[in-house]
Design a protein around this ligand. Structure first.
Ligand SMILES: [Zn+2]
Ligand SMILES: [Zn+2]
Length: 294
């Protein structure tokens, strides 16, 4: 049987599959073509995670007690502005990402990625592979993002992403098509390079990685820094507070997930000075508040 056509015999040797593995097996078994099956599940996964992750932040905008966690409370993005953003993001998803998703299967299998195979890899294998992809993407993004701030690259490509100086979740993928391609390479290039070298990577691990990467970028653009945001527990995690400054000031904080590249290269000095000033203002405000109470 051809590689791209699935037969039942492929799966019969595994008796003890968990629920997710069984669902994966049944899903791929229900298609004649593994290419189509991969494209549909990849596209749906992207849409569900992207818009699903944006919804809680949209709801937060209507909860008054969350307003104090807004990073730029004085800047409000109107419904019209958010609508323009949504239309642009959807256009990019269907016209740029969907054709690329269809070509993903042939590239991934060319490099040796497991697609329909069950059982899945061990969770520890998934964890370290996802950690490698996070570090790779952050490094790739840092340097290419810095390049996109250079003269003509900024003017003709990156400027679109900076239209919202107070970003919101939906604006995470609001970017020029060339930027989508360049920075998307950081997300998918890591897994492809990894599987080309090791011959050990499953599509499900790539899906977990992309889902976490979507969570990361939507959180970073959410405009909210909650007390439970990850950066309060992992000091090297960038989070919204880091990337929001980049949108507000158009300088510094070029990385995505981690703070180390900006720290190492001195591209967080203005951000640090701003944080210091803000912290001092907060301290003064809370001292005068407590004096009033006393
Ligand atoms: Zn930028
Ligand atoms: Zn951004």
């Amino acid at each position: 049987m051809l590689n791209n056509t699935l037969g039942d015999s492929f799966f019969t040797s595994h008796d003890e599959l968990n629920i997710a593995e069984n669902a994966w097996k049944n899903y791929f078994n229900s298609f004649e073509s593994e290419v189509i099956a991969t494209a549909i599940i990849a596209f749906l996964m992207h849409e569900i995670v992207y818009f699903g992750r944006c919804i809680p932040f949209m709801i937060a905008d209507f909860i008054p007690s969350f307003a104090k966690y807004k990073l730029q409370p004085n800047k409000v993005n109107t419904v019209e502005e958010q609508w323009v953003c949504l239309k642009s993001v959807l256009k990019a998803h269907f016209l740029i990402e969907l054709p690329l998703i269809f070509s993903f299967h042939s590239v991934a299998t060319f490099f040796g990625m497991d697609i329909a195979k069950v059982p899945f890899p061990h969770w520890q294998t998934m964890c370290y592979q996802v950690a490698i992809f996070f570090v790779f993407e952050d490094t790739f993004h840092y340097w290419f993002h810095r390049l996109l701030h250079y003269g003509p690259f900024y003017k003709y490509i990156h400027k679109q992403h900076h239209e919202y100086s107070a970003p919101f979740g939906l604006a995470a993928e609001y970017a020029h098509p060339i930027e989508v391609l360049i920075l998307g390479t950081g997300t998918i290039g890591g897994p492809l390079a990894y599987v080309a070298i090791t011959q050990n990577l499953h599509l499900v691990t790539v899906f977990i990685w992309i889902s976490l990467r979507l969570f990361q970028t939507i959180d970073a653009h959410s405009g909210y820094d909650f007390p439970w945001s990850l950066r309060h527990f992992l000091p090297f995690w960038a989070g919204a507070e880091h990337h929001d400054y980049h949108h507000m000031a158009f300088v510094n904080c070029f990385s995505t997930s981690f703070r180390w590249w900006d720290h190492l290269m001195g591209t967080d000095l203005k951000y640090q000075a701003y944080r210091k000033k803000k912290d001092e203002e907060l301290k003064v405000a809370s001292t005068s508040d407590s004096k009033k109470i006393n």
